[in-house]
Design a binder for this molecule. Structure first.
Ligand code: NAD
Length: 261
């Protein structure tokens, strides 16, 4: 099985921490040169400096904000002029929680800008390089809410479904060129995002965070949260040559939590 990414350049978004950071690490382990993208240059430089391959691999830290998709895509395009990327991992922090009936218009617009519009513009910025290089992998980190909407994440559920529909459409357009488009849907994964969700639920219910976390673990057949690296490994496989005939899929990495077939 060929999972070697030597000579490939991967652009990994939301890579300053959490699942994005673990994905950057997994891709570098397989030999890729990685550009890590998020808002904080300082954090990104720490991440880039610790990736496998070291300074010889010329990993890069690119600071930009996905809530301004045009500016983010322009920043990425400028960077790609010197070395095109063949792998794009779309990822950003999830929209804030809350009941959908109380959500303001701006919350939806912000979610669509940061996730859907940004993904689209980053695809347009990276596609020429994928085509020229004869290798393309587009990966989107979304959520299991694509299959089963999650109570209390109204805006997120809505935006995620749109991203999944966008990705499916794109996968069929790009398949003739051998460029794959897939989604990875993390279940409960031990990151800052999950800590924030647990904190919010505990405050709302007036119970200790441990109690909320225990209830969430109990809903997972494996009885535990994922490590970020477990989600990242699925992404790395799909990014590799071994994933060449898999496209248009939404793969849940959730310890068996989804109940739908
Ligand atoms: P996280 O909050 O730990 O990390 C998010 C990353 O995105 C960080 O690097 C952050 O700096 C970056 N980011 C956020 N907003 C940005 C912006 N506007 N511009 C540029 N960078 C930005 O999140 P995570 O837990 O690693 O999750 C990654 C994705 O997976 C999120 O969309 C999250 O909602 C989703 N998800 C996570 C879980 C989980 O349990 N952790 C479960 C399902 C889905």
């Amino acid at each position: 099985m060929n999972i070697d990414l030597t000579g490939k350049h991967a652009l990994v978004c939301g890579a300053s921490r959490g699942i994005g950071r673990a994905t950057a690490e997994a891709l570098a382990e397989l030999g890729a040169r990685v550009t890590v993208v998020a808002r904080s240059r300082d954090q990104l430089e720490v991440v880039a400096g610790q990736l496998a391959g070291g300074s010889a691999r010329q990993h890069h830290a690119l600071a930009t904000d996905f809530s301004s998709p045009e500016k983010a895509a322009a920043d990425v395009s400028t960077h790609l002029q010197t070395q095109p990327a063949q792998i794009l991992v779309n990822n950003a922090g999830g929209p804030p929680p809350g009941p959908i009936a109380e959500a303001e218009a701006e919350a939806f617009l912000a979610g669509f800008r940061t996730h859907l519009v940004c993904n689209q513009l980053l695809v347009r910025a990276t596609l020429p390089g994928m085509r020229a290089g004869g290798y393309g992998r587009i990966l989107n980190i979304i959520s299991t809410s694509v299959y089963e909407p999650i109570v209390g994440l109204g805006v997120s559920n809505t935006v995620r479904a749109a991203v999944a529909a966008w990705a499916k459409t794109l996968s069929r357009e790009l398949a003739p060129e051998g460029i794959t488009v897939n989604n990875v849907l993390p279940g409960f994964t031990a990151t800052d995002r999950l800590d924030g969700l647990i904190r919010g639920r505990a405050e709302k219910a007036g119970v200790p965070e441990d109690e909320i976390a225990a209830g969430m673990r109990a809903s997972v057949p494996m009885g535990r949260f994922a490590k970020p690296g477990e989600v990242a490994d699925a992404l790395a496989f799909l990014a590799s040559p071994a994933g060449s005939y898999i496209s248009g899929q939404s793969l849940a990495v959730d310890g068996g939590r989804l109940q739908s077939i």
